[in-house]
Structures are given as structure tokens and as C-alpha cells.
Design a protein around this ligand. Structure first.
Ligand code: AMP
Length: 401
């Protein structure tokens, strides 16, 4: 079955043009990010509401291409309820030569966390959101993916308080500095080891969860640095200059800079997060109290990763473990991600082919799946009919009589 232009239609959304499969209708823009516009739509084949993200010429430069390719491959690999799932992917173009755009169809959520930060959450909701973030992060870690760039705009929620992480963060080889895009990169949630260019381990992502938790409580950004230097200043002003042991692990030039900053004592967590900022203690769950939330923050917002809480210990913390479900926390790891993808350099033309091949593989797989479903449905109808003709009373599990 070849792709036919009549399968697609074009619609303008904001400044963007979406050329999409006819099964998706009622498009409305719901967000935009570094890669392009995201629309909500109705999938008339399934009756489900979906989100469609358009990646415009994702191979246009190496930064875009690497990110789009990595995200696409990982979305296909990972399968966890706290990570956004890919429902479909397609391109309206018919050949590699014409190839321009990729459309990713995902589960639709209601809002991103930036919108939730303005709300007054009770402890139940706050700790449930954090629990789900940690489950998603743990699953990524199990697949060998350390995110390093979690932020509220890349976490989406539904009104029933379910949560999904939208992206897969920085590639191992990604520079954390300059990026060739007019899009402003948010760095407020990046851990000290990322800002200072140190090595990192899994609990680098705990720092970001700590910053997000702090923001949910305070209603504003915890460390709103305008650049890396300002970001570091904001951190030490509030948490205090880290120990000499930490300094010793810095590269000489960075260490020289960090050691020569004015010394700060920082504030204790009662001062940073006074009781008035918290909702009333839960009457149902003993762990869901301001004092416990503050204790957890004190273990997550630790500059030195050697002294910062691990993901597993955070999942077992009294403020989080009220929701602990073995199947959610220990969902089987997806196949490992092939990091060589991040390490190989490709030209724009090569990226174009790699991304196109991935989309084609997805389209073919989807087509095969549809044909199998169709054949199975056909077979079932035929069996039904022959059974009826034979006047059979034999039990049919899919059609109980
Ligand atoms: P992104 O391009 O992935 O960074 O997404 C940009 C914005 O679009 C996010 O901050 C969300 O507000 C929104 N968004 C993306 N994907 C979804 C989704 N599956 N459901 C709901 N909103 C989404």
C-alpha cells in the first residue's frame, strides 16, 4: 500500500502549517517548544484525543537532528506510564528527496507543570506528582538514560493528577552551553555538576526534582539564574558555599573560579521553606506533613551529589512512599539505548536519511499491525459466519454466546 496524497489534508495552526493524516481532526494549538508546535486533535479511528507535534525539517542542523532522532528512537523504546508514549508517527512526504517534516502523535495530557505551579496543591497531590516523576526517572535510568534537563515545561499532567515526562533530556555528548537556536534554553533546573561541567551520576536528576518541588511550594523559581555564573551564585547564596571536598573534584579552572567567589553560609531549610508556604498537614497520611516535605527538600537540594539522596531512597522517603507500588517503581527496563547514536557525527544529509528511515520503519510497522488486526477481524467474522452456517454451538472465547 503506497502513501497517497488523498490520505492527507493541510490546515493552518497559528503561524504553522500542519499536513496530516485525515484521521486526525479538530486541531488546536496547545504548546510550543524548541522543536515546533504541538496541537491537540481528535483521532477519528480510535475516538481518542491525541497530541500531534510537528518537527519541521528536523535535520536542518546537527543539533536539531540529533535531538529529533534521539527523541524518536527513545519514544519507540520506552514504555512506562510516566513517560509520554508514541501512538503514531508519519511524514506526508513520499520520498527521501522530498522529505521535510515528521509528525509525532502522542497521548494527550491537560497541561504542563508550569501551569500547575500557580495552583495551591495539597500534600496528597504534591507528593503524588513527585512520586510519578521519580517512577518515570527511575525507568529512564534503568534504560541507561540519565535525563539531566528535567523542567516543568517538559512534564505534563492530567486533571486526575497523572503525570508524564515529555522528553529524554540531554544526550551524553550534548554540550550544555551554546545552542544555535533563537529559542531560550531554561537552565534553572540544571544540577551543579551540569553547570560546573563535572562528571555526573543518576542522582543528577534528583536536583531537578528538588527544584521543581521547591517551585511547587514557593510558587516561583528557586534558582532563577540568567546564565551559568548567575545560576551558580543563586545556588550558593541560598544553600551556602559547598565544602572543600566538593571543590577538590572540580576541574582546575572551574575550581579556581568557584573558590574565589564570595563565601556564603546559606540559609537553613526552615528559613527557605517556612511553614506558611505549605498546605495543611494531611489528616490521612502521617508522612504528608510540611516537616516531611521540608526534610525531603533538604535531602534533594544538596550541592554535592555524593551527599544528595538517590532516586531509590527518595522513592522510599515517608513523603513519597505513601504511593509506593512495586509494579510502577520497578517496571521492567526497556531494551538498552544505543548511546553510540549520540557519539557519532553525521552530516545533515545523513541525518535526513537516518530520520527518514526511522519514520518509514514506524509507518511500515504500523501498516503491518493494521493489516494483521484487519485480517484477524476478518477471520473472526468468517469463523462466526461458518459457525452460524453449520449451526454450531461451539464456544468462541471472543464472542461469548
Ligand atoms: P515540546 O515541544 O515537547 O517541548 O512541548 C511543548 C509544549 O507543548 C509542552 O510544554 C506542553 O505544554 C505541550 N505538550 C507537548 N506534548 C504534549 C502532550 N502530549 N499533551 C499535552 N501537552 C503537550
Amino acid at each position: 500500500m503506497n502513501k497517497h496524497p488523498s490520505q492527507f489534508y493541510t490546515v493552518e495552526v497559528g503561524d504553522s502549517t500542519f499536513t496530516i493524516l485525515k484521521r486526525y481532526t479538530h486541531l488546536r494549538p496547545i504548546g510550543s517548544g524548541a522543536q515546533g508546535i504541538v496541537c491537540a486533535a481528535c483521532d477519528t479511528d480510535t475516538g481518542q484525543n491525541v497530541a500531534i507535534k510537528k518537527l519541521s525539517r528536523p535535520f536542518q542542523n546537527v543539533t536539531h537532528a540529533k535531538r529529533a532522532y534521539r527523541e524518536f528512537v527513545l519514544m519507540k523504546l520506552v514504555n512506562h506510564k510516566n513517560i509520554i508514549g508514541l501512538l503514531n508517527a508519519f511524514t506526508p512526504q513520499k520520498s527521501l528527496e522530498d522529505f521535510q517534516d515528521v509528525y509525532l502523535v502522542m497521548e494527550l495530557m491537560d497541561a504542563n507543570l508550569c501551569q500547575v505551579i500557580q495552583m495551591d496543591l495539597d500534600h496528597e497531590r504534591m507528593s503524588y506528582l513527585l512520586y510519578q516523576m521519580l517512577c518515570g526517572i527511575k525507568h529512564l535510568h534503568n534504560a541507561g538514560i540519565i535525563h539531566r534537563d528535567l523542567k516543568p515545561s517538559n512534564i505534563v499532567v492530567k486533571s486526575d493528577c497523572t503525570l508524564k515526562i515529555l522528553d529524554f533530556g540531554l544526550a551524553r555528548t550534548a554540550g550544555t552551553g551554546f545552542m544555535m537556536t533563537p529559542y531560550v534554553v531554561t537552565r534553572y533546573y540544571r544540577a551543579p555538576e551540569v553547570i560546573l561541567g563535572m562528571g555526573y551520576q543518576a542522582n543528577v536528576d534528583i536536583w531537578s526534582v528538588g527544584c521543581i518541588m521547591a517551585e511547587l511550594i514557593r510558587g516561583n523559581v528557586m534558582f532563577p539564574g540568567t546564565d551559568h555564573i548567575d545560576q551558580w551564585n543563586k545556588i550558593i547564596e541560598q544553600l551556602g558555599t559547598p565544602s572543600q571536598l566538593f571543590m577538590l573534584r572540580l576541574q582546575p579552572t572551574v575550581r579556581n573560579y568557584v573558590e574565589n567567589r564570595p563565601k556564603h553560609l546559606g540559609f537553613n531549610f526552615e528559613k527557605l521553606f517556612p511553614d506558611v508556604l505549605f498546605p495543611p498537614d494531611s489528616t490521612e497520611h502521617d508522612g504528608l506533613r510540611a516537616s516531611m516535605a521540608r526534610e525531603l527538600l533538604g535531602k534533594m537540594l544538596v550541592i554535592d551529589p555524593e551527599r544528595r539522596i538517590s532516586v531509590d531512597d527518595a522513592l522510599n522517603h515517608p513523603y513519597i512512599n505513601v504511593w509506593f507500588d512495586h509494579d510502577e517503581v520497578n517496571a521492567p527496563a526497556p531494551g538498552p539505548y544505543d548511546h553510540s547514536v549520540d557519539e557519532t557525527e553525521h552530516s545533515v544529509e545523513e541525518w535526513k536519511r537516518l530520520i527518514y528511515n526511522e519514520v518509514m520503519e514506524y509507518e511500515n510497522r504500523d501498516r503491518q499491525r493494521a493489516m494483521q488486526n484487519h485480517a484477524a477481524a476478518d477471520g473472526a467474522t468468517r469463523n462466526d459466519k461458518s459457525a452460524e452456517r453449520m449451526g454450531s454451538n461451539s464456544p468462541n472465547p471472543s464472542h461469548p454466546r
